[in-house]
Design a protein around this ligand. Sequence first.
Ligand code: PLP
Length: 456
Amino acid sequence: MKLENPLAGAAGPASVNAELSLAEWWMPFTSNRAFKAAPRLLARAEGMYYWTPDGRQLIDGCAGLWCVNAGHARKPIVEAVQKQVATMDFGPAFNVGHPLGFQAATAIARIAPKGLDRVFFTNSGSESADTAIKMALAYWRAKGEPARRIIIGRERGYHGVNIGGTMAGGIPGNRKHFPAMMAGVDHIRATHDLARNAFSKGMPVHGAEFADELERLVAFHDASNIAAVIVEPMAGSAGVLIPPRGYLEKLRATCDKHGILLIFDEVITGFGRLGTPFAAQFFDVTPDILTCAKAINNATIPMGAVLAQTAIHDTIVNAAPEGQIEFLHGYTYSAHPMACAALLAAQKLYKDEGLFERAREMAPYFEQALHSLKGARHVIDIRNLGLVGGIELEPRPGAPGRRALETHIKCFNAEKNATLLRFTGDILALSPPLIIERSQIDQIIETIRTALERID
Ligand code: PLP
């Protein structure tokens, strides 16, 4: 396809006025055939906005992919990365270190929930999930209970796409092609209860008892075989599933009772999405291991992290003979210097601008605006927490997922206040950068309302 670019010259590397072949890039989590028949391209981003190659502006309603929490191309982060690439582009982290890696770990430990002060760097949320699972298994071996090998996930959970995360995850479509990998896992039921909780504002009232399922699985497998439970404290990717009041406390209590590790996957909820650094602080429930990634450095350079309680770190480290590698795990790009530089600049920016507090203060306005869509065409549920919103549409008979896809396309192509949204199945998800203004929230909601009126 031929793309004209009115930003040419100004946009530098984003310029796309050459002949562009769409065939070779096999795109992730994308309907490649549908996309390539009608591509939607982005070429530039700044603050709350994206621009397409032909210069149309879009409001970013989902912080890229839930990850650009401070808004796009923020100067302090850009400058930190530029400086770092010219100073030390790469530095290995196996038996050699660099100060930035230690500073980055300290910066994360400082805002982490109590006790989660040992930080292992990865490059993505998927790697964080698999690292956390391996950490849990290594912990039980080091502690002398190697039979504890079963991982309990939750239906509709999403922990990325690597092997451990795929196994522990609970989205059937993501799992069904890989049955041979699925040994050693089980799942508790999802927390969503449309019949009782539709249109709940914030945490739903009904459903704390869904956590009792864990007792059933403990009775079935026996605690002595269970290593860990992994859940998203608030599930995002499967369609914004907010935990019922009291649910996470119950999970924590059951894990404590049976000595099972609790892993929170905070890849979406980390770094201010709910108005606190992590969801663990929002819910006041502390896991033993916590994974994060998105927004750790404002998504400037791929990066993730796993935070472990000191006792977990010490158990694994102290079990190995002196001088030997204690945890045989790591990535070439763990604590990549540019990712660390971006992390330090992003964390400083979050603090200097009070962005986590800003999210907390903006949440009631966001909630009220979002719920104004109650009664709009096709809408059967609206859910929200912090700066996260989910709008569930009634599936079109015989064509599940089509309504959300068409709404996404209509919002992308809208003449006025075009908006980038996420969707999963028939659920639209909103997770704007934490710098969003009230007027931009209103614009997004109106764009969605108009789009819903225009689809069948
Ligand atoms: N865990 C959760 C809760 C996520 O939402 C995601 C991505 O959306 C992941 C893990 C995977 O992260 P990544 O895509 O960076 O591998």
